[in-house]
Design a protein. Structure first.
Lengths: 340, 278
């Protein structure tokens, strides 16, 4: 119920922070592009080009201009989505990203949904039954989540649920039979299939998605349940909880309406960070499940010294990270009136 | 209905520890009518645990036993926790110590008052807002509609404690326990809050258990006083007879009060007699 003016003030403050952080990020990626020992001119003309061709290309790329002018040009290019051409795929980097990012997006989103929908109730149960068996169970689960290597869990998952039981699809986003059956609209395969009414494809895509998403979801669950537990233990020991009990509130109400509502603000930050972590692309998971996502794309580009692709990918990851931080800040303000 | 609200005999609260039990309350007996009963004693004397035992809010693993604990003819000892909870807030309630911590920081104060009403009157939940506003008015808050939408961090300590009183009284209880309700407030504000509490208790004919370590406050505010030490009752007497207390502990406590009409270089040091707990 904050007044419109204070809301506007808050939004403008957040937007300013966002803009400054973005500028900082782009400055860093710009400078990386200048200091690496890979000559961008040679990348265009090849290393056997005569000097006059080299010079022409250098001028065409604007590399003769002062650095600040180059930076402004770079800002303009980024704003238009021009990240140059990838050496590895010979596509414009932006097209590659449009292809790989949705794959990571669907993986990270489902993983986070699994992590949140199981992690929060488990963390709450652990806090409520602190020191008893539900707590121990959650703590052991968390310990596994932290200490099992992701590639091992992924491989074992494939072995059990794909090879032995046949419950899920194997590596890749979709079975070969369904390849290229739906036209890309959003890039999120399941969504595209549903939009076209191709239920078979959607089902198949989901069966490929669920296992890697569960693997990521398990790690996200370990983190989220642990944080939920500690936030809830803290909240449940506060005096206002005794007040709620004095009023005759049921335990359900005390836990979910009073304590969890107070834990929601810090939890929003934890969830956003965990989601951002997954959106960067989990290289190992994507590798094991042959998932054509952002993590694999950036790693492969880096190994090929494909700097346009690496810097383009870095900008995308940065934007995702900054946006989610912004979102978490806004959510914290929504949940906690003291921060408004 | 008899005039006895609460009848407690031989109430004991104890906590298991590594080396046996720690007894917080040892054999407290009293009856309470529609009157103001003060419970005084130093920190750790079992005052607060007594209040929480009556409300069934002794934190685990604490154990509560008694020969008898009856509230308006209802046997609290044999009553399941669910029914005790239904009594809580509706027929017996408690004013907590510090409004800064005992109000939920993410709910508006109005919502918190309305919640008490809603929990106990699920059929008439629509009236909750109206009732809460009326209660805010009853605790002499000038602009109830404005205050209703404020969050606890936006109200002063005195106003917070008035909100607390409104929250406790909105469901019309018969018994309230006030656990050091003014210890977090400064003296003038505390007087205003007490005056409001005083009026509401008289108007509604409530039974009040007033837990405090402030002897002067209890003397002026209560009808009867129970003096506790180490979880046991030292003495029960009429508040106006406090100056003529018989028990050495009560005398000792009174003796430790600084006075304006006498110059004390040092306040007397209080010696406690282990015999008192026998």
């Amino acid at each position: 119920m904050a007044s419109a003016r204070s809301t506007a003030k808050l939004v403008s403050a957040e937007v300013t922070t966002f803009a400054i952080t973005m500028l900082g990020l782009l400055l860093v990626t710009f400078l990386i592009g200048r200091v690496i020992p890979i000559d961008p001119v040679l990348a265009v003309v090849g290393d056997r080009a005569p000097p006059d061709v080299y010079d022409k290309a250098r001028i065409a790329l604007g590399l003769d201009k002062p650095l600040w002018q180059q930076f402004l040009t770079y800002l303009g290019q980024v704003a238009r989505g021009e990240f140059g051409t990838s050496v590895m795929t010979s596509n414009p980097v932006i097209l590659d990203i449009k292809r790989v990012f949705p794959a990571t997006l669907e993986l990270a989103t489902l993983g986070t949904l699994i992590g949140v929908s199981l992690g929060i109730p488990l963390g709450v149960a652990a806090a409520v039954y602190k020191g008893r068996w539900p707590d121990n169970l959650v703590r052991i689960l968390g310990l596994f989540g932290y200490s099992i290597p992701v590639f091992w869990l992924g491989l074992m998952g494939l072995l059990l649920f794909y090879a032995h039981l046949g419950w899920v699809g194997g590596p890749g986003r979709v079975s070969v039979a369904f390849d290229d059956l739906v036209t890309t609209k959003t890039g999120v395969l399941i969504l595209d299939a549903i939009l076209e009414g191709e239920w078979e494809v959607a089902r198949d895509a989901f069966s490929h998605l669920i296992l890697p998403a569960s693997v990521l979801g398990f790690f996200s669950l370990a983190y989220i349940s642990r944080m939920t537990r500690s936030f809830m233990i803290n909240e449940l020991s506060q005096a206002y909880i005794l007040t709620a009990r004095v009023k005759g509130a049921s335990e359900t109400r005390v836990i979910w309406r009073h304590a969890l509502r107070n834990a929601a603000a810090p939890l929003a930050t934890v969830i956003a960070l965990s989601y951002a972590g997954l959106l960067e692309g989990s290289v190992l998971t994507e590798t094991i499940f042959a998932w054509p996502g952002l993590g694999r794309y950036i790693t492969a580009s880096l190994l090929q010294a494909d700097m346009n692709a690496v810097l383009g990918g870095t900008v995308v990851v940065g934007v995702v990270f900054i946006s989610l931080n912004l979102f978490a800040d806004i959510m914290a303000r929504v949940f906690d009136p003291r921060t408004r | 209905m008899s005039d006895i609200l609460l009848d407690v005999e031989d109430l004991r609260v104890r906590f298991p520890g590594l080396s046996g039990y720690t007894e917080a309350v040892r054999g407290l007996s009293f009856t309470l009518g529609r009157e103001r009963l003060g419970i005084v004693g130093e920190s750790g004397s079992g005052k607060s645990m007594t209040g929480r035992a009556i409300l069934d809010l002794v934190p685990p693993p604490g154990e509560v036993t008694a020969k008898r604990m009856a509230f308006m003819g209802l046997d609290l000892l044999s009553m399941p926790h669910r029914e005790r909870r239904a009594l809580r807030g509706a027929r017996m309630s408690m004013v907590m110590q510090d409004p800064k911590y005992s109000l939920n920081p993410v709910m508006t104060v109005g919502e918190q008052i309305a919640e008490t009403w809603r929990i106990h009157n699920p059929g008439e939940a629509g009236q909750a807002r109206e009732r809460a506003l009326a209660m805010l008015d009853a605790v002499r808050i000038r602009d109830p509609k404005h205050v209703y939408d404020l969050y606890p961090h936006e109200v002063s300590g005195g106003m917070g404690q008035r909100v607390m009183i409104a929250m406790v009284l909105v469901a019309d209880p018969d018994l309230i326990i006030a656990d050091e309700p003014t210890s977090a407030l400064d003296v003038t504000v505390s007087m205003q809050v007490l005056a409001i509490l005083d009026d509401l208790v008289s108007q509604r004919g409530l039974g009040l258990i007033f837990i405090s370590h402030d002897l002067d406050l209890v003397r002026s505010f209560c009808d009867r006083v129970i003096v506790m030490y180490g979880g046991a009752v030292m003495e029960t007497l009429n508040a106006r007879d406090l100056d003529h207390a018989q028990h050495a502990y009560t005398k000792g406590l009174l003796n430790c009060l600084p006075r304006l009409d006498r110059v004390d270089a040092n306040l007397p040091v209080f010696t406690r007699d282990p015999e008192w707990l026998k």
